[in-house]
Design a binder for this molecule. Sequence first.
Ligand code: FES
Length: 246
Amino acid sequence: MKLTLKIWRQKNNQASGKFETYPLDGVSPDMSFLEMLDVLNNELIEKGIDPVAFDHDCREGICGMCSLFINGEAHGPDRGVTTCQLHMRKFKDGDTITIEPFRAKAFPVIKDLVVDRSSFDRIQHAGGYISVNTSGNTQDANAIPISKHAADEAMDAATCIGCGACVATCKNASAMLFVAAKVSQYALLPQGRVEATDRVLNMVKQMDLEGFGNCTNTGACEIECPKGISLENIARMNREFLKASV
Ligand code: FES
């Protein structure tokens, strides 16, 4: 395949960025999107040009690092996949592909396509995890009965990999889907109920402090989420927040 790549280049957070155009030949339809970028970077290095910086780690849809906005969509045109799971067969020979970083005030660009998503880490830290007093005869967590429905819903929420596609997709740069998934995965289980009130209040407070926008129910986040996190989690978080506030 022969492609034309329009890629956002930005030296650092202070510099203003711009699109650079790179032609790329010999792309296999079986390559992943990141492998295609590897090929481009090899060519750029051979020509003495600074390679394109992009985030990645697991390259199998687990870590949530590969945050690219491709042809106007978070993680590109496929559904239910991350950028590293996107294959070049989703594009046609001769295509022009526009590649940008995830854009949001709370995700400042570090370089080229790499953004700083530590705001997500701070939200999770604000919520805390599960405090368990292990002195004395603590009940074995596995001995606490949990309904199948609650376990399934908690597990579905826990599949959120924190990639930030929901924020990049939302016209308000809202992080509600991410925060709601994290609130839900604990709130649905008896072990997480103990600190549920503090958790939802602290996470929502931190989310607002980080500068994320509010949810106006457009539903774009659910469509672009590579893990199919449901909007129902946002409704659950709003209920949890209301209960905790009163
Ligand atoms: S590199 Fe880990 S999810 Fe894509």
